[in-house]
Design a protein around this ligand. Structure first.
Ligand code: AOS
Ligand code: ZN
Ligand code: ZN
Ligand code: ZN
Length: 425
């Protein structure tokens, strides 16, 4: 399925008179505060958030999966889904693949489809958290950290294969998330596990093309519940530091123990030029992977506040932005549209923070004023400038509304069938 730009523009028309009035009012308000709304809008237009291939189907929980109709069952259909999202919001122009779930059968055909849908290939992900059919050795007791060198070698070879797939598609980063760890005290020697993991990563790093990054994701628990090979940002950073310039830490918002100050982690990693990427989602209890901004929008804003500050004031390399979510109940496409919107809103709010005034308040230890400055930005309803950025970029005034008006899910069901089961998670 393809979306016609003119159809989107046509549906926008009904909203334009009111939208223009609302946008004008906010732009003027910002202008009076010394903020150039055009520059904010241009930054919003440029901002692209990759969609993970595994979020396009209904994820479910460990207890069951209630798959939705018309889910994508091939890499081609996943790229088409991302293309549709991107046509609606012009902010999701990239897909993140997971190997072996998404091994392309015909690289040229996949590349030209992606080009046609205006979709790029973001970081590629390796999978050593489950055994594949016909695999020689099992990952039951770990992969890159495994006590047995043969298992580690197999996992290293898989990661190198993932790099090769990514290279063929024009991706520029490998994300490694390890399920490796232990479930019981005494199960493994912590120092040996660390050394094995780092040594394996070094061998993968050695195979990285010159213009690639290795993104090291961390997670405190799950699927292992006593220890994880890379449990936190300190461990991830230590490993990235030892690996070299191309290795960077990846922050997944759900991968922290409750109440961790994630914005501080972001600030410090950026100061050291070691923040490589983001997995956006929201979390109440753990790695919930619920819709970004649905639970803690203020935290998302505070994180973006540090990201914007870091992008302006540090030498941190460009980041790889991605959603990492799972949808148990909602239509995944609707959920992803909501997630992208929430991320754009948080970014826009961070862009309108009066940074000079904030720095002055901090220097003067004027705590109340500093808080007011942040909250003034957060409490500004920026949805209208996010919509303005979309309209300027040729997207929908409301992607979700347009998705429903065009009955896209029904069209996908007509095309793919009612009973489909997305591959991957
Ligand atoms: C797992 O918890 C991590 O968030 C991964 O980044 C990702 O969700 C996984 O690789 C997909 O299976
Ligand atoms: Zn129970
Ligand atoms: Zn993740
Ligand atoms: Zn996760």
């Amino acid at each position: 399925m393809r979306l016609d730009k003119n159809r989107i523009a046509e549906l926008n028309k009904a909203h334009l008179p009111q939208h223009k009035e609302d946008a004008g009012r906010l732009i003027e308000k910002l202008y009076n505060k010394g903020i150039d709304a055009d520059s904010v809008i241009n930054k919003l237009i440029k901002f692209q958030i990759a969609i993970p291939s595994w979020a396009l189907g209904t994820g479910g929980t460990r207890f069951g999966r209630f798959s939705g109709p018309g889910e994508p069952t091939s890499l081609e259909s996943k790229i088409e889904d991302v293309g549709l999202l991107h046509a609606l919001n012009q902010s999701s122009g990239a897909i993140s693949l997971h190997i072996p779930w998404d091994v392309p059968s015909d690289v040229d055909a996949i590349c030209s489809l992606a080009k046609e849908m205006d979709v790029k290939f973001d970081a590629v992900n390796s999978n050593t958290f489950q055994d594949q059919k016909g695999q020689a050795l099992s990952y039951k007791y770990g992969s890159l950290m495994h006590v047995n060198k043969e298992v580690r070698d197999q996992a290293i070879a898989h990661n190198i294969e993932v790099i090769n797939h990514g290279t063929n598609l024009g991706a520029k980063a490998l994300t490694v998330w390890l399920a490796d760890g232990t479930c019981f005290p005494g199960q493994a020697n912590f120092r040996k596990s660390f050394e094995n993991t780092l040594d394996s990563l070094k061998q993968i790093y050695a195979e990285l093309p010159a213009d690639w990054n290795l993104l090291v994701e961390y997670k405190p628990y799950e699927p292992n519940f006593y220890s994880m090979a890379i449990p936190d940002w300190g461990t991830s950073h230590m490993m990235a530091q030892e690996l070299g310039d191309k290795a960077l830490s990846l922050v997944d918002l759900g991968h922290h123990l409750p109440n961790t100050n994630i914005e501080q982690i972001v600030a410090i990693l950026m100061m050291r030029s070691k923040l490589g990427g983001f997995h956006f989602n929201d979390s109440k209890y753990g790695d919930d992977d619920v819709t970004s901004g649905s639970l803690k929008p203020y935290q998302l804003f505070l994180i973006f506040n540090e990201l914007v500050d870091g992008m302006d004031n540090t030498d941190n390399p460009d980041l790889s932005w991605m959603i990492d979510a799972s949808h148990n109940l909602k239509d995944p496409m609707e959920d992803l549209l909501q997630a992208v919107e929430a991320i754009m809103i948080a970014y826009a709010q961070a862009l309108i923070v009066d940074r000079k005034a904030l720095a002055d308040a901090q220097e003067a230890n004027d705590i109340a004023r500093a808080q007011e400055i942040l909250q003034d930005a957060y409490r500004t309803d920026v949805r209208v400038i996010v919509a303005e950025a979309r309209i300027k970029g040729g997207a929908a005034w409301s992607p979700l509304e347009t998705y429903r008006q065009l009955d896209i899910r029904k069209a996908l069901v007509d095309e793919r069938g009612k009973y489909t089961l997305a591959t991957g998670l």
